[in-house]
Ligand binder design. Structure first.
Ligand code: PLP
Length: 432
């Protein structure tokens, strides 16, 4: 084996990867059509036929509802606003607790605080990195209203098991399916198994419209609430002389331009997933031959959508730290992320319980909280973040099977030279 690039040798990959661009002539034509129509957004923030948006917004909602087999699809301008809409539609508010994974993009928990409720973090499963159903019940109190389940990295959480627990305790399940459109359990689409689910259309996702979000639900009351929250609902219920519906609206509306892009991207979801799955399966097969690096584990009946590819690292098997391994891999031309994200409860907002001003609202609204945000409450999450998780973004366009083979070659090169890396790690230099 040749000398490691980190120690002065030639890297396995000589050129940087080309920039990703999943936009094609179809998206451009769709945008031009909207521009020529002059109708960039068609909403009115009051009751009437424009309350639900213009033609492209209605079309993207029909398309998502059909594709995902969900009775209602409601478009908004991001997955964060979609999640907040879902929390608000479920009637979650001050004094409530919501269970949530700490191993997700921060918005999964932020939206709880945005409605003045309090997140209670539930640890993850070490194989799937998703919320562990066995850990849920110990955190349920009389104040618990819902569970926000993130389907992380492209793999659905154990949603069937979680739904059983939720029904037993009368809790809503909100699926944060931002990362996993097209994933499924026994043929049922992720994002449609809980009471309400959301999808992100931000730039990083498998399909995107720059920014955007979609809510999916079969429940007509939740769907109606979502439409109200998206578009100044407190004025609309007044127009309708509806004095019963409790709603605080906002402007979470998607533009006609973003809808037009999203419509075209949705048509490409299946071919994009086909490519991602082929690359991921090659990587999984390669990793099976390498001690100390665990690829994805997919439960029976589940389909992964490979937003990113998580690899679990074993320092014991390699004799060097994860960070040195990733540094060596980066030098070979394959940058990868370490840890994914900090456990959310380690962030300053939770540590100091300061959100709006010097009060501790909403945290102070709870007497005798069941959880303190201290180290050790979710040990699996903390271990993944600190020692084990490596996030590889190699199972997407424009990577090819040759690139996957190059990644595996770089890993093998590092493995055979790990003695020298150990010296480098210990003394800052290597003998050869
Ligand atoms: C799990 C998860 N939830 C929510 C979001 C928020 O998505 P958006 O950027 O569309 O608001 C993201 C975005 O990365 C995410 O990964």
């Amino acid at each position: 084996m040749s000398r490691l690039a980190l120690l002065g040798g030639q890297p396995v990959r000589k050129e940087a990867l080309p920039w990703v661009n999943t936009m094609g002539p179809e998206e451009t034509a769709a945008v031009v059509e909207v521009m020529n129509s002059g109708c960039i957004s068609a909403y009115y923030g009051r009751a009437g036929d424009r309350f639900l948006g213009g033609p492209k917004v209605l079309e993207i909602e029909r398309d998502f509802s059909q594709k995902f087999g969900s009775r209602f699809a409601i478009s908004v301008n991001s997955a964060t606003t979609a999640l907040h809409t879902a929390v608000a539609a479920c009637g979650i508010g001050p004094g409530d607790e919501v269970l949530v994974t700490p191993y997700s993009m921060v918005a999964s928990a932020t939206v709880i605080v945005m409605n003045n409720a309090v997140p209670v973090f539930v640890d993850i499963d070490p194989e799937t990195y998703n919320l562990d159903p066995c850990q849920i019940e110990k955190w349920i109190t009389s104040r618990t209203r819902a569970i926000i389940v993130a389907n992380i990295f492209g793999l659905p959480a154990a949603l069937n098991e979680i739904m059983v627990i939720a029904r037993k305790h009368g809790l809503y399940v909100i699926e944060d399916n931002a990362q996993s459109p097209g994933a499924s359990i026994n043929g049922k689409q992720a994002g449609t198994i809980g009471d309400i689910g959301i999808i992100s259309l931000n730039y990083h996702k498998v399909i995107h419209s720059g920014e955007g979000g979609i809510l999916l639900t079969d429940n007509p009351d939740l769907a109606h609430k979502c439409q109200l929250i998206r578009n100044h609902g407190e004025a609309v219920v007044d127009d309708l002389n509806d004095h019963e519906t409790v709603v605080l609206g906002s402007n979470y509306r998607m533009t006609e331009l973003h809808a037009a892009i999203g419509i075209e991207q949705l048509k490409k979801l299946d071919p994009f997933l086909l490519q991602r799955r082929a690359l991921a399966e090659r990587l999984t097969a390669g990793l099976k031959q390498i001690d100390g690096l665990k690829g994805v584990t997919i439960p029976e009946g589940y389909e992964h959508s490979y937003y990113v590819y998580p690899i679990q690292y074993s320092k014991e098997a390699w004799g060097i730290s994860r960070d040195t391994f990733v540094q060596a891999l980066k030098a070979e031309g394959f940058p990868m992320g370490t840890g994914y994200v900090k456990p959310i409860y380690w962030l300053p907002m939770y540590q100091h319980k300061r959100v709006y001003n010097q009060t501790q609202i909403p945290f102070s609204l709870i007497d005798n909280p069941i959880q303190q945000y201290v180290k050790g409450i979710c040990p699996v999450t903390e271990l993944m973040y600190e020692e084990k998780m490596i996030v590889a973004d190699v199972c997407r366009l424009p990577y090819t099977e040759t690139d996957i083979d190059d990644v595996l070659e770089a890993i093998e090169k590092i493995r055979s030279e790990r003695g020298r890396l150990h010296e480098y790690e210990t003394h800052g230099v290597s003998s050869a």
